[in-house]
Design a protein around this ligand. Structure first.
Ligand SMILES: [Ca+2]
Ligand SMILES: [Ca+2]
Length: 293
């Protein structure tokens, strides 16, 4: 029985493998995606550091996340506009993964290893006029909680990334031009493509469990455009049982399957749906390991 289910799953995957192909797109300020030159040179990146000090104003070419209880804090806001330039996705295709790559630049050395938390930003923030207290000093529009830390300022935690150890003795440092990859939410990035008006980007905050400080190139870094923040989007077929493409396998998909049994969705095996339902009713479940064919 188990082997029969497995065989059907393999057959379903093989069918998908021949019918669709994954596609990867990159967005970096002033750079054209070599795999998709038709999209042209990208110019939609915005980033700004909001801080309890005046550091950001004199360092527009840097992004920084810092937490030091009672003294200094810095959070970074990043937004990639214009993602609707992506070609219309064929039926059944959607963003399957997205990451943000940042390039390390020396600023401080002798700190603890850093953990950077990424949240969805929920307010329209201005570049470069966002500050620690205001999303936009011109509007004016204040953050609910200074530092964009209120529930109307930021959404759910998207990812929490430990960047590795740093110690004074023995001296272990992050290296100049070392790249760090921060996972984003595929569902969120898909929403930026479908509804550009809802794209407020993300806010990156040093995890408050431990004081630490990290510095990266911003989209204004003129030294080398390849140091600038890089958004990578992978597009491929949705989880086969996610019939309504909302990144969950749940009752909504089952209802669609019932209504269109045997013809509308090409999904006629309840065993496959049940297996994917168990794993993927919560897309943040690490066991929901659907990957592009
Ligand atoms: Ca900037
Ligand atoms: Ca679904």
């Amino acid at each position: 029985m188990a082997s029969r289910v497995m065989w059907r799953l393999i057959a379903a995957l093989m069918l998908l493998a021949v019918s669709v192909e994954a596609e990867t797109y990159t967005f970096q300020q002033g750079v054209a995606d070599v795999a998709h030159p038709e999209l042209g040179e990208y110019a939609g990146a915005h980033d700004v550091v909001i801080a309890t000090t005046t550091w950001p104003a004199s360092n527009p070419d840097r992004l920084r996340m810092k937490y030091q209880s009672g003294t200094e804090q810095m959070n970074t806001l990043i937004r990639f506009e214009g993602l609707e330039v992506l070609p219309d996705m064929p039926e059944g295709m959607q963003v399957s993964s997205a990451t943000l790559t940042l390039t390390w630049q020396y600023e401080n050395v002798f700190w603890n290893g850093a953990t950077v938390d990424v949240y969805e930003a929920l307010k329209v923030w201005a570049d470069p006029n966002a500050t620690w207290d205001d999303a936009d000093t011109d509007a004016p529009l204040a953050w609910e909680v200074a530092g964009a830390q209120g529930t109307s300022d930021r959404g759910e935690l998207i990812s929490s990334t430990y960047m590795g150890p740093r110690t004074f003795s023995p001296p272990v440092q992050y290296q100049d031009e070392q790249q760090f990859v921060f996972p984003l939410s595929a569902k969120l990035v898909q929403s930026w493509i479908n509804d550009p008006e809802s794209n407020y980007g993300v806010i990156m905050i040093m995890n408050h469990q431990a004081a630490s400080d990290v510095t990266f190139s911003s989209s204004e870094d003129a030294e080398d455009v390849s140091f600038r923040p890089l958004l990578t989007i992978e597009v491929c077929a949705a989880i086969p049982s996610d019939l309504n493409h909302d990144y969950y396998v749940d009752m909504g998909d089952f209802a669609l399957l019932q209504a269109g049994w045997g013809n509308t969705y090409g999904m006629t095996d309840l065993a496959i749906m049940a297996q994917q339902w168990l794993l993927c009713s919560d897309p943040d479940n690490g066991a929901c390991t659907w990957t592009c064919p």
